[in-house]
Design a protein. Structure first.
Length: 116
């Protein structure tokens, strides 16, 4: 069964950093593009970043450009989201996802809270 598990969230002060991980099980990550999304309280889920299966192409939402970096280690079956210079408005539950055919798979999410 294809599963995604996020980890690495937590409480961090403004200006701090976190690295989120999205680990895949039940399938080999090599052939899949992966996306990171986030959902803040009372807001819709929004796309943050995505990476192609090869890792050669990446995209970022405007508000995180220059601060977040997405990467993948296919040998570890894991995709990462390095988040630097965090702001309070980055507070949200972060999810990773992928698609296989017509099915979209989501992880359970990891909470990121940026607060002093």
């Amino acid at each position: 069964q294809l599963q995604l598990v996020e980890s690495g969230g937590g409480l961090v002060q403004p200006g701090g950093s976190l690295r989120l991980s999205c680990a895949a099980s039940g399938f080999t990550l090599d052939y899949y593009a992966i996306g990171w999304f986030r959902q803040a309280p009372g807001k819709e889920r929004e796309g943050v970043s995505c990476i192609s299966s090869s890792g050669r192409r990446t995209n970022y939402e405007d508000s995180v450009k220059g601060r977040f970096t997405i990467s993948r280690d296919n040998a570890k079956n894991t995709v990462y989201l390095q988040m630097n210079s965090l702001k309070p408005e980055d507070t949200a539950v972060y999810y990773c996802n992928t698609k296989s055919g017509r099915i979209t798979y989501w992880g359970q999410g990891t909470q990121v809270t940026v607060s002093s």
